[in-house]
Design a protein around this ligand. Sequence first.
Ligand code: FE
Length: 336
Amino acid sequence: MFTTAKFTLALTALAVATPALSEEVNLYSYRQPELLKPLTDAFTAETGIAVNVAYLEKGMVERLQAEGARSPADLIFTVDISRLYAAVNAGLTQPVTSDTLKANVPDIYHDPEGHWWGLTTRARIVYASKDRVADGEVTTYEDLADPKWKDRICTRSGTNAYNVALTSAAIHHHGVEGATAWLEGMKANLARKPQGNDRAQVKAIWAGECDIAIGNTYYMGQMLADEEQKEWAESVNIVFPTFENGGTHVNISGVAMTKAAPNKDNALKMMEFLTSPEAQEIYANANFEYPIAPGTESAPLVQSWGSFEADTVNLMDLARLRDDALKLTEIVDFDG
Ligand code: FE
């Protein structure tokens, strides 16, 4: 009894000294609640810091610009290096670093200056018809421009952020001229005009409209979890192509600290928490992505798709090529 009373007293004293949840951190997120919620809950449980999230569908950069120094946002969450880079480029972020972040995030997945940090990766791969594409028929991204695929490839718009990043990687590996020839070759092989999202391409393979498609890895997991789309998923194999002189193209989901962050210390704690191996696996598994901290593993389903060597280009280099890639896509009239 005495011990309990003493303990209660001590707790009361603590509560007075630090009012409950006066500590907070504010997030703007393009990532969905079901992905972030388990992590923000775990973070609050561990640290006592409350997490407020504004889930946005668009206009994050514009909102941060409009709010300026009065913005409540501490951290921004998004997918695709181009979106992180856009916030950095607009002067809306601040550089952050720490031993924990550096230990947990490989160099190629964070800004050398610390403005953005990757949290998970996804590979941009080939979905190949189980019936109409043999093992080993496609092994490189360059293969996609081979005339043997004439009228057999499906893809979403060339101006979509995922494809722009892939084209940026093609420029990185082959220069503008090489990437132009590659895009033209691929366009000549399209079974139909670019349209729809990544999953729509797999559906088209299932329906017999094309034999191979470009898409992100995690959509396989999403399709398998969907009653209607399961059949589409089961009609294809995943192939991890590489660049002839590189690896498999990957992109990231990531985080950046805003320039105006009012809760800087808490924001850094949250970033470090998210790069911890434990949080990494929760975050990655929630959307069939790959965790990036050393010693972490992807979900068994994701592992079943096979392993690959990721391209070693720093994503910042791809971000810088974004405008060139977009221009090139328009010049070859990829979607036309
Ligand atoms: Fe996506």
